[in-house]
Each structure stands twice: as C-alpha cells, then as structure tokens.
Ligand binder design. Structure first.
Ligand code: C2E
Ligand code: MG
Length: 264
C-alpha cells in the first residue's frame, strides 16, 4: 500500500482525525505474570486501528503519524478511558489485584491538566488507582520538570509510573531524573539473557541497577522457557512475551486473569 510516503501519511492523518468518532480503535491486552510462579499480575493495553479498507494497522505505524498531526491526545484519552473501563471488571483476588498498564507519551504527562483528567477517569470508572500503571518511553528531555509535577499528584493517589524500553530508549539518565516505580527491560536485553555471559551481562547489570534503586522490573518480549527461568533466577519479578501469551481481546484477557496462572 506504499506506506511511508508523504501523501500516504497525509491521508492517514486525515483518517485518524475521524477514526475515534467512528469507533475504529480497539485495545488488546498482553498478560504480565510473576516470573517463577506464572501467576497473573496484570496486563498491558495495546492500541490497534481497525482501518475500514487497510485492515488492522499496528501502533508503530499510526502513532508517529498521530503524534506529528497533534492527534495523540485524543487517541490517548480513548486508551485510558477504555482500559480503565475494562480493567475495573477484572478479578480481584485478595492477594493480587490485577493492574492495567497503559502507554503514554511525554507530551501527555507534560500537559498541566492531564493528571487531574486521569484521576477523574479513574474515579468515574471506579478503578482503584493502585491498579493503574502508566508507561512512558524515556526521553523526557526539557519536559522533565512538567512530567515530574504531573507524576507527583498521580503517584500520591496510588498510580504507578513505569519507564518502558529500559536500556534502549530509556537511559540511566531518565531513571535518575524521574520518580520511577517500575522499569520495563527491553526485549533486546531479554533476548541475550540465556546466551553467553558477555550478552547476559547487560540484563544482569540493568537488573542490578533497578534493584539498588528499589525499582521493580518487568521483562518484555520473553519468547522461551529458558529466558523466563533465567530472568526469575536473576531476581526479575515480572515478565511478558509470546512465551506466556500474545496480546488478547477483552474477553480473552478476562479468561486468562480468571484462570490466574500461565505456564511457569
Ligand atoms: P511496547 O510498549 O514495548 O509494547 C510491547 C510490544 O511488543 C507490543 O507491540 C507487543 O505486541 C509486542 N510483543 C509482546 N510480546 C512480544 C514477544 O514475545 N516478541 C516480540 N517480538 N514482540 C512482542 P505492539 O502492540 O505492536 O505495540 C508497539 C508499540 O506501540 C508499543 O511498544 C508502544 O510503544 C506503542 N503503543 C501501543 N499501544 C499504545 C498506546 O495506547 N499509546 C501509546 N502512546 N503507545 C502505544
Ligand atoms: Mg509498553
């Protein structure tokens, strides 16, 4: 379909502007488990665009266009509202309430009114704020102060903050700069964890750093039992990836959460 041309992107941007009202976005949820036991901890919400002619378009293709066209806030609001609405119906066993993790961009967090909007959505849907995680990919740059300000009131209410792509787009600088509850270890380092020691050393040192700072780690893109096992052995608490499950629709994730455990 000749994706990537300027004309194509212009067309996509026009269509994106109407896609929210037309109800063309939907969310999938990828399970996040406790490594070692396989017990369900929560899920990450991932947006998809069901384009009427082009079929399903993945987020990496349309979000950069949305961002350039100034449309990210509308999509982000849909994601937050839909994810909270769905997650409030997830099972709540006494020992482990399931959290929903949503991806946000620095511009959302840097917007002065955004934190009270998020807390309003949480209150309206009835979701316990402790069961909401916001994931941001590093690179706060000049917006760090505004982001920190937003995070203050959100974290005070119990919302947790995760830095995504740790070791890749999220740098040590970001982790030092922002108040972080969780980091998501990039797939690039997860892939090396069961390899030769000089490859595994990267994951080991990033896990060591998180541990020293009292930050929990979610390993992303786990594709084999060996990786899951080795990460658990290295003290990584949470994981997600095709080894456990691909992203699922709302009824699929509910079934998995009710089941309570994925292969361990
Ligand atoms: P991410 O936050 O790093 O999400 C994980 C991506 O890795 C997802 O791709 C997921 O389907 C994929 N994945 C999960 N397990 C595996 C695995 O074992 N192997 C491999 N190769 N891939 C795996 P997806 O859904 O295409 O999302 C791509 C990116 O788009 C996300 O990366 C995130 O940065 C962004 N994104 C998705 N939804 C949203 C959203 O609602 N808002 C914003 N701002 N960004 C979003
Ligand atoms: Mg993410």
């Amino acid at each position: 379909m000749g994706r990537g041309t300027q004309r194509d992107e212009g067309e996509l941007a026009d269509e994106l502007a109407q896609a929210i009202e037309r109800g063309e976005f939907r969310l999938e949820y990828q399970p996040i488990v406790r490594l070692g036991s396989g017990a369900l901890a929560g899920a990450e919400a991932l947006v998809r665009w069901r384009h009427p002619r082009r079929g399903t378009i993945p987020p990496n293709e349309f979000l950069p266009v949305a961002q350039a066209a100034g449309l990210i806030a509308g999509i982000g609001n849909f994601v937050l509202e839909e994810a909270c609405r769905i997650a409030v119906g997830w099972p709540k066993p006494a020992d482990r309430a399931s959290f929903v993790s949503i991806n946000v961009v620095p511009a959302q967090l840097a917007d002065a009114g955004w934190s009270s909007y998020v807390l309003g959505v949480v209150a309206d849907t009835g979701l316990d704020p402790h069961n909401l995680v916001l994931e941001m990919t590093g690179g706060a740059g000049g917006e760090a102060e505004a982001i920190e300000h937003s995070l203050e009131s959100l974290r005070e209410a119990g919302v947790r903050f995760a830095l995504d792509d740790f070791g890749h787009a999220t740098t040590l600088h970001d982790v030092k700069l922002l108040p972080v509850d969780l980091v998501k270890l990039d797939r690039e380092f997860v892939a090396g964890v069961d390899g030769p020691p000089n490859e595994a050393a990267f994951a080991l040192s990033l896990l060591g750093l998180a541990d020293a700072r009292g930050i929990e780690v979610v390993a992303k893109g786990i594709e084999s039992r060996e990786q899951a096992w080795r990460l658990a052995e290295l003290g990584c608490r949470y994981g997600q990836g095709y080894f456990f499950s691909k992203p699922l629709g709302a009824s699929g994730i509910l079934a998995v959460l009710r089941q309570g455990v994925l292969r361990s």
